[in-house]
Design a protein around this ligand. Structure first.
Ligand code: SAH
Length: 349
């Protein structure tokens, strides 16, 4: 039964929600075949190439209080930092030397970084490196703000929806945050012509298998350019400190289902996946992922951008990180390449 369903998913790119649910429930039997089909689909578009994005975690100040996140405003134990515009630009410059052609500026929702400040940084990076893509991941902002950032040169935006179930969203966030506003942001980003990434945590508190089946239908309807998923991992200073972490097994299976549902999507094997399982990122690639996002943040602040406990690679220099990843990825038969790594068919020269 699972074979029939996976074959049809691979041919048609969609299943009924109850069919996704069946696969999720039978994932232990289905995972091998799902991964095989997903890897093949990935290679039809991208070959054995794995793209890298240089992640610059430029601030851990945040005005929000997401119950799962270690840098939530309410965490008094979090040691806060901000990188100056010069420091952010220097990170991108040194990343360029290491072969990175995409920079992801990620941070908490920090009002210090006004449109003016962010636009200035984006312009400087694009001026220094016109052949690079700039990706932002700075949370919820107004249409007007997203428009200014886009006009300054930002190419892509990552804004995980966190969950496609409104009631579940409300269990993960305080009342000051809303499911509808997050969805509004995603719609605005699409309207403005960003390449948009959405995504969710796997195994977040209260998430059901039914929710995960619904995620696949949601993803198909949004048709994003990128999908970021990773296991939920508890952080000791958050309200979810005693909750169980999501598993690598479920995450990699969902990576395969996402690859088959959105065949040419850009799909990272995340640091969170590498944190719950030492071989997690390799397993993610073998299950159909084709992107890695190593850290370019200066060594001095790396150990402070802690969304969850036991995060890997917080002690390494960027150059060492990329060497380690190259070796790891080789074991999968794939290969890390330099380049912007646009979505297949959407390459910009
Ligand atoms: N402030 C930005 C960036 C958020 S951090 C924004 O709102 O988009 C990037 C992602 O890390 C989040 O979207 C969330 O899905 C994930 N994350 C946060 N806390 C986590 C945890 N405890 N375990 C796993 N992933 C987590």
């Amino acid at each position: 039964m699972y074979k029939e369903l996976l074959d049809r998913l691979s041919r048609e790119g969609i299943l009924a929600e109850r069919e996704y649910l069946y696969l999720i429930r039978h994932r232990d039997e289905a995972r091998g075949y799902a991964a095989k089909l997903a890897r093949k689909t990935c290679e039809d578009f991208y070959g054995k190439r794995v793209f890298i994005r240089g992640l610059i975690e430029f601030t851990n100040y945040c005005r929000n209080n997401c119950y799962y996140c270690g840098i939530r405003a309410g965490n008094a134990k979090c040691e806060r930092y901000r990188l100056t515009p010069d420091e952010i630009v220097a990170c991108a410059d040194s990343g360029y030397e290491l072969g990175f052609r995409t920079f992801v500026m990620q941070g908490g929702e920090d009002p210090y970084y006004t449109d003016e400040v962010l636009c200035g940084v984006i312009r400087r990076i694009k001026t220094n490196h016109p052949d690079c893509a700039v990706t932002l991941s700075v949370g919820e902002r107004s249409f007007e703000s997203y428009k200014l950032l886009r006009e300054a040169g930002a190419d892509r935006y990552l804004l995980r929806h966190e969950t496609a179930n409104k009631a579940h969203y409300e269990k993960l966030h305080p009342e000051s945050m809303s499911f509808d506003n997050r969805q509004r942001c995603i719609a605005d980003l699409k309207k403005l012509g960003y390449q948009v990434g959405v995504g969710f945590m796997v195994g977040s508190p209260g998430q059901t298998e039914e929710d995960l089946a619904h995620e696949m239908i949601y993803l198909k309807s949004v048709s994003p350019d990128m999908v970021g998923i990773g296991p939920f991992i508890p952080h000791r200073d958050t309200p979810f400190k005693d909750e169980a972490a999501g598993s690598a097994e479920l995450t990699t299976f969902l990576l395969s289902l996402i690859r088959l549902t959105l065949p040419d999507v850009l799909l990272p094997a995340t640091t969170a996946l590498g944190t719950v399982d030492p071989q997690g990122r390799e397993k993610g690639i073998l299950a159909g992922a084709n992107v890695l996002m190593p850290n370019l943040s200066p060594a001095g602040v790396r150990g402070k951008y802690l969304l969850y406990d036991n995060k890997i690679c917080t002690g390494d220099e960027a150059a060492a990180c990329i060497e380690c990843l190259k070796r790891r990825i080789k074991t999968t038969g794939c290969e890390i390449v330099s380049g912007r790594g646009d979505r297949a068919g959407k390459e910009i020269q």
